[in-house]
Design a protein around this ligand. Structure first.
Ligand SMILES: C[S@@+](CC[C@H](N)C(=O)[O-])C[C@H]1O[C@@H](n2cnc3c(N)ncnc32)[C@H](O)[C@@H]1O
Length: 373
């Protein structure tokens, strides 16, 4: 996939070069190749330098991509309706990877309108820069609710009840990249060429990758060869950790992805890695480290299995369009239409609903899975 990307500024180039130097040093220490999952971890989260750790804009029109809560209020207001049963009897909300804080602000305001404010809304965010951004959003949009809001450094330890929410978080978990050929399984790792650029290097798969692959993939189904794709061994331990203290309630995951059979279908033999830089999507994670988002699509069957292994059961699995329709999209649209100040606002609202629900937009690529305990 060849996509023309906008030229980064001099400062952005310098920032990316600082991160690239750090990654090159780690590659040298590792003997010339670094597993892709570690490269992705550093590119996204290296302290002060990674995409999510440094101070770039990321979300919204001035950033690199737009998520459902960034489009406007519709997604959050429907989600608020879906969460109502979880918030009875003192239920709380814990949000993972809250981005700009837009979802938290709108959810809280809508739950207040619906007379169902949670006792506490906690945000788990590993990036200091994003935390500051969330604080600013919540201060600006719902300062009167700040006494219910708290930030977490790690998943809650004490047992709690209510709803865990994660929009577009699983796609940001580092994945292992692999190649399946007649000769067997290879790890796709990252090396450095003579000019200092990052390049793909295939190395023999070590026992951890072999085991993760054998657990979830039917090699006979992988064609054509070489079949390049991803697997997320981190998913099981991560899910177990973030849901461990959820005593009663549900976990809501929204992300782009497929069921297992579609994920590893012939049409996707070049994998599911997607990068976002200033609203251009492409599939080369080895360029612009620190300046672009790197994601992999989610295998929703793997998520269901990880949930079951963590003692949760699948309560729902549907497309984002169906989810919104089933949770008051009509009512939210009518309310927004009535509140709109002018024709431009009504038009923007209609556009928002189209983006969220049309099959060619986010309606079917995005799926919602609810895991319950
Ligand atoms: C694509 S952004 C989505 C942001 C936001 N949820 C939204 O919908 O706009 C991914 C978010 O996941 C966070 N994240 C990534 N890995 C995480 C982890 N292991 N635990 C919690 N948050 C994580 C990132 O810091 C970032 O806030």
């Amino acid at each position: 996939m060849r996509v023309e990307l906008p030229e980064p500024s001099t400062e952005e180039r310098a920032h990316s070069e600082r991160l690239a130097a750090l990654i090159r040093a780690e590659i040298a220490r590792a003997g010339g190749v670094l597993d892709f999952a570690r490269y992705m971890e550093l590119a996204l989260y290296a302290p002060g330098l990674g995409y999510y750790s440094a101070g770039t804009t990321k979300f919204g029109a001035a950033g690199d991509f737009v998520t459902a809560p960034e489009l406007g209020f519709v997604f959050a207001r429907c989600l608020a309706r879906a969460l109502l049963p979880e918030l009875r009897d003192g239920g709380e909300i814990v949000e993972l990877g809250p981005g700009s804080g837009a979802l938290a602000a709108e959810l809280l305001l809508e739950l207040e309108r619906l007379g169902a404010l949670p006792a506490r809304y906690r945000l788990l965010e590993r990036s200091a820069d994003l935390r500051a951004r969330q604080r600013e959003t919540l201060h600006r949009r719902c300062a009167h609710l700040l006494d219910r809001i708290a930030w977490l450094d790690a998943p809650p330890v004490a047992p709690w009840r209510g709803a865990l929410v994660a929009n577009e978080v699983i796609d940001a978990l580092p994945v292992r990249a692999f190649a399946w050929r007649d000769e067997g399984l290879f790890a796709r790792a990252v090396g450095v060429d003579d000019g200092g650029n990052f390049i793909w290097r295939e190395v023999e798969a070590e026992p951890d990758l072999q085991a993760a692959f054998a657990r979830v993939i039917q090699p006979s189904a992988l064609s054509p060869q070489p079949y390049l794709s991803e697997i997320c061994p981190l998913l099981d331990p991560w899910l177990a950790e973030v849901t461990r203290s959820l005593e009663l309630g549900s976990a809501w995951f929204v992300d782009y992805g497929y069921a297992h059979g579609e994920y590893y279908a012939a049409a996707r033999h070049t994998g599911t890695l997607r990068c976002h830089y200033r609203h251009r999507a492409h599939d080369d994670p080895l360029i612009l480290p620190g300046l672009q988002d790197i994601t992999a699509w989610v295998d929703f069957d793997a998520l269901a299995r990880a949930g079951e292994a963590a003692g949760l059961s699948v309560a729902a699995h549907t497309t984002q369009a169906q989810f919104l329709i089933a949770n008051g999209l009509d009512e939210v649209f009518a309310q927004g239409y009535a509140e709109a100040a002018d024709e431009a606002a009504r038009y923007a609202l209609a556009q928002q609903v189209k983006r969220l629900t049309l099959p060619g937009e986010m309606g079917e690529k995005f799926r919602v899975m609810v895991l319950r305990r």
